[in-house]
Every structure is written in structure tokens, then in C-alpha cells.
Design a protein around this ligand. Structure first.
Ligand code: PMP
Length: 401
């Protein structure tokens, strides 16, 4: 008899479980639109040229594999905060940002959650409905209470702005408000700059703390600066805020687990104390972060030629997704005889499209058409090619009707 008899079987992860099911399907028409990972037009994984060049540099220089400090690689931490806020931003100049390298976006969110649990006992995190599935797991495991604010309006397939504002207003003073900096996952719907201002107004009014999740900087619009606009707008108001960053998508470093948590404080002194406590939380969890991805980011950002090449590759990736988005819209509009308005697909931004397919319809996509996607109706356009748009349009129309 096993000592683990009481351990029950865990359910598969709603996102990563989709890839497992995809692997097991032998149909040649199969399409994996589950996980958000960029593929080429041939649907192959893509390693950025700048990443290969940075890695070659590292080999040539004979760089070692000794431990990083708990807070990570200094050159990376500097580069990542500057990419986010802009190098001349007062928060950087005044050393008001505590930046600690994290285990990509997820690990950075988790570290911040641990800090909230320890230093803001009882404080609630408000998350959008819907949101990236792992947000709830992260705060649950960190024992941080959370509740949802309205975000997606199925009637308009757009933002429920009034609902969002009302729910943020109704939350207890001093709550943390989790916001997707750009390319909201899973809906692909972002607030306009005017709406961001209003969101900042209510957050300030209620003495809440904004907590940005920035997993797609440069991937939404193709521009690093434009995609950091929301975060910079809040920082320019002198607000204290948290920002988790990820290089999984914009540098294609998914498995390297490279990202950061940034805490903007009102003084350099507070930032130094916050940083010391983030290190204290990280040490017993994983001791110190991995070096490889940190060096890649630091090398790419630190070299003007590589940096410009990166921007061009990012524009190329964002551009391919926009082309696929357009082609999917064209195919749906041409094939669908029901008169349904598909323009919401063009209004969405980033890797994903939120189709409005419900669970039963999403099941039909998979069971009948071998199209793998999450059950909330989200499809990753990064896993779609121009050549497969017509097939996907047939599958979507069949599943809707
Ligand atoms: N936040 C959001 C909204 C995401 O979509 C993702 C990636 N799917 C992440 C965070 C974190 O991903 P990673 O841990 O790979 O950086």
C-alpha cells in the first residue's frame, strides 16, 4: 500500500493540457491553437536571429555558469526596467524601482504574490473576468484572496468599461488591481488611452495599488514603447505600482524562464527596502534565478545593432499575426452566409482571438475538426498560418451554427 494513497489525480492544466491532447491526435489536418507560442508560416517554432547571435557571443566570450546574486543579473535588471519605463523616466533616474529578476512572467507574479501575502495581509487582488487561467492558481497558492472585476462584454464582444470601473470602485480601499499592460489574454481587448486615464483615476481615488502583468511588450503593436504606454501613464502620475515582465513571447525565450518583477515606490529608500524583502522571499523558494536568458536579454538590449535587429524581428512576428488575423476575418466573412459581424476579430490585438465559441462549440472544434484550443473560446493566432485560415473558418462557422 502506497503512502500516497490519499493523493488524488490532478486534472490536466486547461492550457498546457491542450498541447498534450494535440500530440496524441494523429490526424494530419490537426491544428494547435491552444498555447500562446509564436510559430512560423510553416507552423514551426522560431528562434530569433538576435537570440542566436547573443548566444554565439556568450560562447565566444567563454562566459561562466556561476551563481547569479539572488536578485539576478545586474545588467539584465537595469535593461529590463529601462525597456519598461524608458531610460529617462523619473522613476529610473530617482532609483525608485525595485527590480528583481524572476522565473519569467509566472515566477515574477508569484514572487509579488508572496510579497502581498506577507506585507499586505488580508489585501485582495482584483483580476479581470476573464483572465489568463494561471492568475487564479498563482494567488490561490500564495494564499492571497482575489475577486473578479467585469471586463469582457459578450454582447459587444468588447470591453465592459462601465462594469470594470464600477467593480474597481466597489472594492475595499487599498486593493491590488491586476491589469494586463497590453494584449489582454484571453480577450485581445485593451482599454483605449482615455480609458486607461479613467482607470488610473479610480485606482488613485480608492488608494488601490495597480499591479501590471506585461507578458507581451512589443508583441501587441510591434513597438516596445507603445506597448508600455499603459504602465508609463500610471508611473507618470507618481503612483506606486507593481509590474511583472516576461521575455517568453517578445524574445521567444519561453523555456529559459526569464522575466522580472518591478516595484515602483515613492522613494529610493522604500525601493531599497522592498528589493531586500523580495530577495528574502526568493532565497528559500529557488535561491537565485537562471543566467542564460538574462545574459541573452542583456546582450541584445546592450548592443545597439542587436537591439535594432530585435525590434525588426518583433515587428515581423507581430506583422505575421496581423496578416493571419486579417485573412481569418476575410475567410469568415466570405464563407459565412448568416450575416454575423466578424469585425471583432480585427479589433482584438496580440496573439489571441477570443471567438465567442462556448465550451460545447470549442469541443466541436476539437472533436470534429482537430482544432485544439482552450475551452473558453480562445484561439492563438500565433499558431495559425495563412494557408490554414480557410480550414479554420470552416471549422468556426460549423461550430457556431
Ligand atoms: N501573464 C500572461 C497574461 C500570459 O499570457 C503569460 C504567458 N502565457 C504569462 C503571464 C507568463 O508566461 P511566462 O511565465 O512564460 O512568462
Amino acid at each position: 500500500i502506497s503512502r500516497f494513497e490519499g493523493v488524488t489525480m490532478a486534472p490536466p492544466d486547461p492550457i498546457l493540457g491542450v498541447s498534450e491532447a494535440f500530440k496524441a491526435d494523429n490526424d494530419e489536418k490537426k491544428l494547435n491553437l491552444g498555447v500562446g507560442a509564436y510559430r512560423t508560416e510553416e507552423l514551426q517554432p522560431y528562434v530569433l536571429n538576435v537570440v542566436k547571435k547573443a548566444e554565439n557571443l556568450m560562447v565566444e566570450r567563454g562566459e561562466n555558469k556561476e551563481y547569479l546574486p539572488i536578485e539576478g543579473l545586474a545588467a539584465f535588471n537595469k535593461a529590463t526596467a529601462e525597456l519598461l519605463f524608458g531610460a529617462s523616466n523619473p522613476v529610473i533616474k530617482e532609483q525608485r524601482v525595485a527590480t528583481v529578476q524572476g522565473l519569467s512572467g509566472t515566477g515574477s507574479l508569484r514572487l509579488a504574490a508572496a510579497m502581498i501575502e506577507r506585507y499586505f495581509p488580508g489585501a485582495k487582488v482584483l483580476i479581470s473576468s476573464p483572465t489568463w487561467g494561471n492568475h487564479k492558481n498563482i494567488f490561490n497558492d500564495a494564499r492571497v484572496p482575489w475577486s473578479e472585476y467585469r471586463y469582457y462584454d459578450p454582447k459587444t464582444v468588447g470591453l465592459d468599461f462601465d462594469g470594470m470601473i464600477a467593480d474597481i470602485k466597489a472594492a475595499p480601499e487599498g486593493s491590488f488591481v491586476l491589469l494586463h499592460g497590453c494584449a489582454h489574454n484571453p480577450t485581445g481587448i485593451d482599454p483605449t488611452p482615455e480609458q486607461w486615464e479613467k482607470i488610473a483615476d479610480v485606482i488613485q481615488e480608492k488608494n488601490h495599488i495597480p499591479f501590471f502583468d506585461v507578458a507581451y511588450q512589443g508583441f501587441a503593436s510591434g513597438s516596445l514603447d507603445a506597448d508600455a504606454g499603459s504602465v508609463r501613464l500610471f508611473a507618470a502620475r507618481g503612483m506606486e505600482l507593481l509590474v511583472a515582465q516576461s521575455y517568453s513571447k517578445n524574445l521567444g525565450l519561453y523555456a529559459e524562464r526569464i522575466g522580472a518583477i518591478n516595484v515602483v515606490c515613492t522613494s529610493a529608500d522604500a525601493a531599497a527596502r522592498v528589493k531586500s524583502q523580495l530577495k528574502r522571499l526568493a532565497r528559500p523558494m529557488y535561491s537565485n534565478p537562471p543566467i542564460h536568458g538574462a545574459k541573452i536579454v542583456a546582450n541584445v538590449v546592450g548592443d545597439p545593432t542587436l537591439f535594432n535587429e530585435w525590434k525588426a524581428e518583433m515587428e515581423m512576428m507581430a506583422g505575421r499575426i496581423k496578416n493571419v488575423r486579417q485573412k481569418l476575418y476575410d475567410s469568415l466573412t466570405a464563407k459565412d452566409k448568416s450575416g454575423k459581424d466578424w469585425s471583432f476579430i480585427l479589433k482584438q490585438i496580440g496573439m489571441f482571438s477570443f471567438t465567442g465559441l462556448n465550451k460545447a462549440q470549442s469541443d466541436n472544434m476539437t472533436n470534429k475538426w482537430h482544432v485544439y484550443m482552450t475551452k473558453d473560446g480562445r484561439i492563438s493566432l500565433a499558431g495559425l498560418s495563412l494557408a490554414k485560415c480557410e480550414y479554420l473558418a470552416d471549422a468556426i462557422i460549423d461550430s457556431f451554427h
